[in-house]
Write a protein that binds this ligand. Structure first.
Ligand SMILES: Nc1ncnc2c1ncn2[C@@H]1O[C@H](COP(=O)(O)OP(=O)(O)O)[C@@H](O)[C@H]1O
Ligand SMILES: [Mg+2]
Length: 370
């Protein structure tokens, strides 16, 4: 990025949730592309126990390897690590986390209070969009169609076989099978199941019920039961690198080759899914998908970036599944592919996300707010 000021960037990756491995891949890709953009990245790992480790300095970084390989040193608390990064002159945190703790407003609030610029969404959009049931409620208000279904709220203790049975009967009276069952506050398709009957639901509940509700007792930690939407699966990114300047990226079509839906295996096994970028849609449909993605993005104030998962039904209706505010950012991830199709390279994109973060924090300081 000729002429740009090189920045020291702490790239935070890993995390405490089931999306940890995906985050380590995103982190490795961010580090190498920030280097290409002329910045000075320092990898920072949040270990599975919540401790933080500042990785090797630039000169010692084996950029051909990533993920866990970078982190074998001492770990410390989040507060001390952040203090250390500030004292080392780090200008900005690049948030390469996904899922709970990273994409749900938690780290955003922590970094905001610490006065440290960070990439990606601010506290409110992160917190709201991580919660799929809340997302659906807000989208309903905005007139956006989402799959029919319901949230099964917090479970404070393990359910008995009878109580799963009663729940299944009650739900099946309102929503015919097949069902999609998914955790309310997770991503990367972790814990999602397609179920065809009450029997399948009950045996899945006995085997996997705890995955549907990973943190019983905590707000928003229940699960969702939804109708199976059928049609073409699309996803559409929106960039807002300057406030109000929204640009929808080309939609991508997702066709898992052997999985019944875009599950974890289909998402992360190379070659398991055909991803068609840009999606082969007529002009009107492309525009409608992009307009929907922009509406969703605006509704949740998702600057600088969002990716909305959308189904196009056989009747030509668009159904919004969910919003990602920190989508995967490996070379082969969906946003990097569609950014490239729009002429934006990864070094350029990451450079602009860093600038956005620094400007947002400067604006906050200028108006005197946290
Ligand atoms: N109601 C649904 N109908 C059809 N497929 C669904 C539905 N909900 C989820 N899926 C499938 O599961 C995948 C992951 O679900 P999603 O809601 O996007 O959660 P995640 O945050 O894990 O990506 C989707 O990409 C889609 O293939
Ligand atoms: Mg999704």
């Amino acid at each position: 990025m000729a002429g740009k000021k090189p920045r020291m960037v702490g790239v935070v990756m890993g995390g405490i949730c089931g999306e940890r491995d995906v985050s380590l891949s995103t982190g490795a890709c961010v580090v190498s592309n920030l280097l290409s953009a002329g910045h000075a990245p320092t990898p920072v790992c949040i270990h599975a126990d919540g401790s933080w480790e500042i990785g090797p300095r630039l000169a010692d970084l084996p950029v051909d390897r990533g993920g866990e390989d970078w982190f074998h040193g001492d770990s410390t608390t989040a507060r001390d690590a952040t203090g250390l990064l500030v004292s080392q002159g780090v200008d900005c945190i690049f948030n390469a986390l996904h899922g709970p703790g990273g994409e749900d407003g938690t780290i955003q609030g922590f970094l905001r209070v610490a006065g440290m610029p960070f990439t990606g969404p601010d506290v409110t959009p992160a917190a709201l969009t991580m919660d799929k049931a809340l997302t659906k409620a807000v989208l309903d208000q905005a007139g956006v169609r989402t799959p029919r279904g319901f949230e099964i709220p917090i479970l404070t203790d393990a359910r008995s076989e009878e109580s799963w049975g009663a729940l299944a009967l009650e739900m099946s009276a309102k929503l015919p099978f097949p069902w999609i069952v998914k955790p309310n506050c997770l991503g990367s398709s972790v814990g999602i199941q397609l179920l065809q009957s009450i029997e399948e639901f009950l045996s899945a509940a006995a085997a996997n019920g705890s995955h549907w509700c990973p943190s019983p007792g905590l707000a928003g930690s229940g699960f969702i039961v939804e109708e199976l939407v059928e049609g073409r699966e699309l996803t559409c990114g929106v960039l807002e690198l300057r406030q109000g300047d929204l640009k929808a990226l080309p939609p991508v079509e997702i066709r898992p080759k052997s999985s019944e839906f875009f599950d974890y295996q289909a998402k992360y096994t190379p070659g398991a899914t055909e991803e068609i970028c840009p999606a082969q849609l007529d002009e009107d449909t492309t525009r409608a998908v992009q307009e929907l993605a922009i509406l969703v993005h605006k509704t949740f104030h998702c600057d600088p970036l969002s990716r909305t998962d959308i189904f196009l039904t056989e009747e030509g209706e668009l159904v919004a599944l969910e919003i990602n505010t920190l989508p995967g950012m490996t070379e082969t991830s969906l946003i990097p592919q569609s950014a490239l199709a729009a002429g934006i390279s990864l070094p350029e994109l990451f450079d602009q996300l860093v600038s956005h973060a620094i400007q947002r924090e400067a604006m906050r300081k200028a108006v005197g707010t946290l």
